[in-house]
Write a protein that binds this ligand. Structure first.
Ligand code: NAD
Length: 323
């Protein structure tokens, strides 16, 4: 019997094709939406699947893992894998893979786009133009904030965080500081970025704080009301990591009260919902979790998913074990 794969939602054809080309039996969910737990369990009972391709919107918990005793690999179509009960998967000897590196440049570009948009008031300007109320050039209209020579502070200097610093420091003449649980002296030397011993120091000194940590129990609400109050009133907070890294209700209060100047967010605590009041604030920019959503990157992510599944189907080591 062919090695069978269940894909929870259509991903770019490049990945599906690559798996079918080597003879894998690939079933893709017929619904173009997130499956409920009940639906997913029902789908997974249709065949003794050997592999599961999951998305970050699928919660793969112990109940799901119990329903797929034949599965040898869960290939997540994302670099973050907080949606998978990784210890439970390990207990069952299931390999979990992700899609690292391939999206770092793209997510960093989106992060920079958010930083520029909030500092240069691009979205507010666009809204004003479309409203038909542009009075013509005015000396004091929509004054923004310069970024060159300002300090960007990164929390989480991994693949994406280091790329953001590279773009901000090399491309836009910003100064860089960071905090990470692991110090990276190589990047410090290469970029001239300065390590701070605590996240609080970064929050106090940075003009732009950009979050790039994975979502873990230790990073949930890393940014809470106490830490927001440590930031400069002129500073911006940018999040392209995972929503629950910020206490979103506390952020709404901080933005309303002028504790910080603004925020730009691609991820939200309870997607697709937003904290009450967030969407009404003019000092915040919101994008719908699209930081990795370019054609090139999404295709490459689909190919990586296929490479991982194919390797396991051939009894080889998967190239991108999630860790
Ligand atoms: P990575 O593993 O390379 O980097 C994460 C860094 O965070 C590591 O250096 C790690 O040491 C550090 N870290 C962990 N816990 C920390 C803590 N408590 N305080 C400070 N630093 C800590 O991961 P990456 O590839 O750079 O991706 C980062 C995250 O970005 C992913 O986990 C994912 O959740 C998110 N992401 C979001 C999108 C999007 O569409 N918005 C796309 C890709 C990735």
């Amino acid at each position: 019997m062919a090695f069978s794969v269940y894909v929870t939602r259509a991903i770019p054809e490049a990945g599906i094709e690559a798996m079918r080309k080597v003879g894998l039996d690939v079933d893709v969910s017929p619904h173009d939406r997130v499956l409920t737990k009940k639906e997913l369990l029902r789908e997974l009972k249709k065949k003794p699947y050997d592999a599961l391709v999951s998305l970050l919107t699928d919660t793969i918990d112990a109940d799901i893992l119990d329903a797929i005793p034949n599965v040898k690999i869960i290939a997540n179509y994302a670099v973050g894998f907080n949606n998978i009960a990784i210890d439970e998967a390990k207990k069952r000897k299931i390999v979990v893979t992700n899609t690292p590196d391939v999206l770092s440049h793209t997510v960093a570009e989106h992060t920079m786009a958010l930083i520029f948009s909030i500092a240069h008031r691009i979205v507010e300007g666009d809204r004003l133009m479309r409203s038909g109320t542009f009075p013509g050039w005015e000396p004091m209209m929509l004054l923004g904030t310069d970024l060159h020579q300002k300090t960007i502070g990164v929390l989480g200097l991994g693949r994406i965080g280091s790329r953001v610093l590279y773009q901000a420091m090399r491309g836009f003449d910003m100064k860089g500081i960071y905090y990470d649980i692991k110090r990276n002296e190589e990047i410090e030397k290469e970029l001239g970025v300065i390590f701070k011993a605590t996240p609080e120091e970064v929050l106090r000194e940075a003009d732009v704080v950009s979050l790039h940590v994975p979502l873990l129990p230790s990073t949930k609400h890393l940014i809470n009301s106490e830490r927001l109050s440590m930031m400069k009133p002129s500073a911006y907070l940018v999040n392209t990591s995972r929503g629950p890294v910020i206490d979103e209700k506390a952020l709404v209060r901080a933005l309303k009260d002028g504790v910080i100047k603004g925020a730009a967010l691609d991820v939200f605590e309870e997607e697709p919902k937003l904290a009450p009041g967030l969407a009404r604030l003019s000092n915040v920019i919101l994008t719908p979790h699209i930081a990795s959503a370019t054609e090139e990157t999404r295709n490459r992510m689909a190919e990586m998913v296929a490479e991982n599944v194919i390797a396991i189907s051939q009894g080889k080591m998967a190239p991108n074990i999630a860790q």
